[in-house]
Design a protein around this ligand. Structure first.
Ligand SMILES: *Cc1c(COP(=O)(O)O)cnc(C)c1O
Length: 399
């Protein structure tokens, strides 16, 4: 085993509660007031293991999960089968509902059969999507509920305001496919009061009017990922939209559940969140080198004095970024609670770190590659990227 990850169930649930409390406060039953949480577990739960995270979130009362595609949806469906989400912590007697899985990353014709069979809920935005789902639903005799995505300005997924009427009409007239939710996604939610967000809200509101005019009464409206919940303004706006349409608000937090978020001027989440994942390995070799020796490919590091090095069985093939190399991002790992700097270049499967100042490190000593003392934000900074990319790029043994 080269490296493995550990997941803190406690922290995951604490992060979930922090997001829920911020999204809507709580009603007198302790539920976030009218706001439903869809836990985003796409990309194998940002590297945390989608099945493990799904089971923890279900146990914490989350009834909706968002997956990347039908394959991931099917895998999670099998894992949660028979595990009814528990009632929310203060609502004994509330009927346990089936776990709902929203497939967020597009829909292809060959996916439709599995959507119906595994009881998945796809995000759709074209007439072709409706028609191919209809065929699959009719063939199996099981109706399908979908969420309609509006492109409010990201120019990625979704139907734009001009096209929404046609798709809504087709949905409204369908015997087999019904529109349960209407959603959009913000491009710059982390910028408080941004012009981009204002423009997207305005377009989303217009699309909602068109949908309503076509006779569709969605149960759910959703727009907010972690940053939009944290930013503050969007949630109040969403509640107002939902009130006007007689719908309910859903939030779609991902990264915040895992303990990270983008710093936002008006944000309050960051200090409340704690990372859920720890990535570990063990030392596989220890050596001393003399001053003047150079380390690793290219000999980019030369020892100025005698030093002790530990060899780790992890490299960029495992997701430890090459930019952690000394002289580039100057990354480090944690051993016995102390920083051990990367020395020379991170190679494909091996990395060397400086343990000169850390006593008692030997073959088999545990090493924290990412966790307390070295966060995904640190890794991201070394490589000029974001915590999301670091987390979902980790290739390690899952719990
Ligand atoms: C990934 C994603 C989310 C979650 O985003 P975070 O920033 O991780 O909270 C929500 N909605 C959609 C459509 C997404 O693609």
């Amino acid at each position: 085993m080269q490296s493995w990850i550990e997941i803190s169930e406690k922290r995951l649930v604490e992060n979930l509660r922090a997001v829920q409390a911020l999204a809507g406060g709580e009603d007198d039953l302790g539920r976030p007031e009218g706001v439903e949480t869809l836990g985003v577990i796409k990309a194998n739960a940002y590297g945390h293991d989608a099945v493990k995270v799904a089971l923890i979130l279900a146990g914490a009362g989350v009834r909706w999960l968002g997956v990347s595609d039908v394959q991931e949806g099917a895998r999670v469906r099998r894992a949660v089968q028979g595990v009814a989400p528990v009632e929310h912590r203060l609502t004994p007697g509330m009927a346990a509902q089936e776990m709902r899985l929203l497939v967020m990353g597009g829909l292809e014709a060959e996916d439709c059969r599995q959507v119906v069979e595994e009881d998945l809920t796809p995000v759709i935005w074209t007439v072709a999507h409706v028609e191919m789902l209809e065929r699959a639903a009719e063939a199996t005799g099981k109706p399908v509920r979908v969420h309609l995505e509006i492109d409010s300005g990201m120019c990625r997924q979704g139907v734009d305001v001009a096209g929404v009427g046609e798709v809504a009409r087709r949905l409204e007239g369908s015997r087999w496919v019904s529109c349960e939710g209407v959603m959009s996604h913000l491009a710059a939610a982390e910028v408080a009061g941004s012009e981009q967000t204002r423009r997207q809200q305005e377009r989303f509101a217009r699309a909602l009017q068109v949908v309503a005019a076509e006779g569709i009464r969605p149960v759910w409206l959703h727009l907010a990922a972690s940053s939009a919940v944290d930013e503050g303004g969007t949630m109040a706006w969403m509640r107002e939209q939902a009130r006007n349409l007689g719908a309910r608000v859903m939030i779609r937090p991902g990264v915040a559940l895992y303990g990270y978020c983008v710093p936002i001027a008006s944000g309050v989440l960051r200090p409340q969140l704690r990372p859920v994942l720890t990535w570990k390995t063990r030392v596989i070799g220890v050596r001393e080198i003399d001053a003047g020796e150079s380390v690793g490919y290219g000999g980019t590091f030369t020892a100025a004095s005698r030093m002790r090095l530990a060899l780790l069985p992890v490299g960029y093939a495992d997701g430890l970024r090459r930019a952690a190399s000394s002289g580039v991002g100057n990354g480090w790992v944690m051993i016995q609670g102390r920083r051990a700097a990367v020395v020379g270049r991170v190679s494909m499967n091996l990395t060397t770190v400086d343990i000169t100042a850390i006593e008692g490190v030997e073959v088999g000593s545990e090493v924290v590659l990412l966790g307390p003392g070295v966060t995904a934000d640190d890794h991201a900074r070394w490589d000029g990227t974001i915590s999301y990319e670091i987390l979902c790029g980790i290739r390690a043994k899952r719990p």
